[in-house]
Design a protein around this ligand. Structure first.
Ligand code: NDP
Length: 334
């Protein structure tokens, strides 16, 4: 297909209004409005991540140039490619890098990106399934890779996931359970227990139970590993509750960016605190992780994790994700 630069398409555009606040609308644009890049993609699915809601609310740590099309994830088919690696009709995934952050992203019928951001859709995964994972699932997968790298196996003891009903958290629960771990889930939503149990959670902690405000340098050592998606004092608490030589992965900030802590978990229990950054994960490792998510790690019932919304259902879901009210994953169908 030869895409005419005049061909109009729909997108979800965020603008700064005259009162300084940010508002969104569904608008029609031409292909000539897209940023330059090697690969033009017809977007079939995108997804909603916490970062997308930050971008759409004008958070300067994510997006500074407006009008802006958010959407840090997209899956679709190649329309045109200046790179020999891709050919028209090929199914592909784009997640992370500057996509949907400083560059226009996946909340549009078309996206144009540098070839080095594009991953061929791995065999075993549909376009929709790839977006049920999206950045959230990819981040959960990175957390699992780090835990495996530290040689922590199910025999080492139970593991904990915080923010468990959210995107990263719910997929982390399911991936860890599939890998044979006894998984405990921290959630603020009693209504999500049944959903998390279906994903494989063996038990639950409330957010208060995972938020120790004492100044005890160490707490009872319970967890062989922790996937923390919320930060703040909950991250401080889980560091003090992890078993000797255990590993805590940290990717998120929904409970806060400040983490008060001491050195004791590190020097008395040998705990590893591992940072997770999915956006600029190098391409060869990125492709290898997608292969795992599509193959040996593939979750059996991905569809049960997701709700699908059109572009005009996004604004409402963005408010909900900022309020911590989403359970599972939201797939976006432009
Ligand atoms: P979601 O909103 O889907 O999930 C976050 C979950 O955190 C909520 O569902 C809720 O779960 C819990 N939560 C919300 N507010 C609070 C609070 N005040 N205190 C404690 N827990 C809270 O977001 P995502 O899963 O998309 O992202 C999770 C985090 O990870 C975000 O901070 C995001 O920016 C970050 N992230 C980082 C990446 C990286 O590469 N470093 C990549 C992807 C995400 P519950 O109700 O079950 O407690």
């Amino acid at each position: 297909m030869n895409a005419s630069t005049a061909e109009p398409f729909r997108c979800f555009i965020v603008r700064q209004q005259s009162d300084g606040l940010f508002g969104s609308a569904i608008e029609s644009r031409g292909l000539g409005d897209l940023p330059d890049g090697d690969v033009l993609i017809r977007v079939v699915f995108s997804s909603l991540n916490y970062k997308d809601a930050l971008s759409a609310s004008g958070h300067p740590g994510v997006s500074r140039n407006f009008p802006h099309v958010p959407g840090i994830d997209a899956a679709g088919t190649v329309v045109e490619s200046r790179s020999e690696k891709f050919e028209p009709g090929q199914p592909v995934i784009v997640t992370g890098f500057a996509f949907g952050a400083s560059r226009w992203g996946g909340y549009a019928e078309y996206a144009r990106v540098p070839a080095e951001w594009v991953v061929p859709l791995p065999a075993g995964l549909s376009l929709k399934e790839s977006m049920i994972y999206g950045t959230a699932g990819f981040t959960a997968g990175m957390s699992l890779e780090v835990i495996a790298h530290h040689k922590i196996t199910p025999s080492a003891g139970p593991v904990l996931v915080t923010g468990a009903s959210g995107g990263v958290g719910s997929i982390a629960v399911a991936l860890l359970a599939k890998a044979g771990f006894e998984v405990y889930a921290v959630t603020g939503k009693a209504s999500a227990h049944e959903f998390l149990r279906r994903l494989g959670a063996a038990g639950f902690l409330s957010r208060d139970e995972a938020d120790d405000r004492t100044d005890n340098p160490l707490l009872k050592a319970r967890w062989a590993a922790v996937v923390d998606t919320v930060g703040g004092n909950i991250l401080n608490t889980v560091l003090r509750s992890t078993r000797p030589f255990g590993c805590v992965t940290a990717c998120g900030l929904t409970a806060g960016v400040d983490v008060p802590m001491t050195v004791y978990p590190f020097i008395l229990r040998g705990i590893t605190l591992a940072g997770i950054e999915s956006g600029f994960y190098p391409l060869p490792r990125r492709e290898a992780l997608w292969q795992k998510l599509a193959g040996p790690w593939k979750l059996p019932d991905l569809e049960s994790l997701a709700t699908t919304v059109p572009l005009d259902g996004l604004q409402e879901r963005m408010q909900a994700i900022l309020a911590g009210q989403i359970t599972g994953r939201i797939v976006v169908q432009p």
